[in-house]
Design a protein around this ligand. Structure first.
Ligand SMILES: [Zn+2]
Length: 224
C-alpha cells in the first residue's frame, strides 16, 4: 500500500514497516537534503516556509529539481488560515507551478482555506497536474479539480466523526482520483485505518481500494 504523503524525516514520526512504499515531500530548503534519502521524494517550498526563502533559494530549488530526480514538486501551495504574507505565498507557489510546467513534474499541493485561489492559479497552467493532499475544500471544488486532472489525497481526518462533508466528497469521488496518506501523523502505519474507512464509505473491499490507490499513485508520480 503506497502512502502518498508522509513526512518520514520529521523527528516525531515513527519508523515505517519494512517494504512500505512512501512518498516523502519536503517543506523547504531546511529538508531538501534529508528527503533525498528516500527512494521517492518531492522538492518544494511549503506555504508555511515561504518567508525564509529568497530568490537564490528558488534558484537552488530549480537546480535540484533538474539534477536530483524527484518524483514531484512539493509540497507547495497556499494556506490562508495562517498569518503568512499572502503575496509571498502566491509568488512562491506560482513560481513552483512554472517549474512544474517547464520540467514536466506533477505538483503536491497544500491548500487550506485557499482552495479557490489554488484552482484559479492552476487554471493558468493547464498542462500541470498533481495532487491536492489532505483535501479540505468543498464538493464543487473537488469536482472542478478532478475535471482538471487532479487527484485528491485523504488522511486520518476522514476517521473523525465530524467531517461529514469530507465523507460525502469521498463517497462521490471516482476511485481513479483518490490517494491515501498520513502526512505528519505520528504513526504512518495507520494508513491502513484510512484505507479501511474509505473502503467502508465506498462499500468495496479494502484490498480493492488500496490496489486502486496504489495504481493512482504509480500513474500520477510515474513510480517504477
Ligand atoms: Zn505535508
Amino acid at each position: 500500500m503506497i502512502n502518498s504523503h508522509v513526512h518520514l524525516d520529521f523527528d516525531h514520526i515513527h519508523t515505517i514497516t519494512e517494504n512500505a512504499v512512501v512518498i516523502v515531500p519536503s517543506i523547504g530548503k531546511q529538508n531538501w537534503q534529508q528527503v533525498q534519502m528516500y527512494p521517492y521524494f518531492a522538492l518544494g517550498v511549503h506555504p508555511w516556509s515561504v518567508e525564509s526563502h529568497t530568490q537564490q533559494d528558488l534558484d537552488t530549488l530549480e537546480y535540484l529539481i533538474k539534477c536530483s530526480n524527484p518524483i514531484a514538486i512539493g509540497e507547495c501551495g497556499l494556506d490562508f488560515a495562517k498569518n503568512i504574507d499572502r503575496s509571498k505565498q502566491l509568488y512562491i507557489f506560482e513560481y513552483q507551478l512554472q517549474l512544474a510546467e517547464t520540467y514536466k513534474f506533477p505538483v503536491i499541493i497544500h491548500a487550506v482555506k485557499a482552495t479557490e485561489e489554488v484552482i484559479l492559479l492552476l487554471k493558468k497552467y493547464p498542462k500541470v497536474t498533481g495532487e491536492i493532499h489532505g483535501f479540505s475544500g468543498s464538493e464543487v471544488q473537488a469536482r472542478t479539480l478532478v475535471d482538471m486532472g487532479f487527484y485528491l489525497g485523504f488522511g486520518l481526518q476522514i476517521l473523525n466523526d465530524k467531517p461529514l462533508r469530507l465523507k460525502k466528497i469521498v463517497q462521490n469521488l471516482a476511485l481513479e482520483s483518490l490517494l491515501i496518506e498520513t502526512d505528519d501523523h505520528a504513526n504512518p502505519n495507520n494508513l491502513i485505518l484510512v484505507a479501511e474507512k474509505i473502503a467502508q464509505l465506498k462499500q468495496i473491499a479494502v484490498e480493492d481500494l488500496s490496489k486502486q490507490c496504489d495504481n493512482n499513485a504509480i500513474l500520477l508520480f510515474g513510480l517504477q
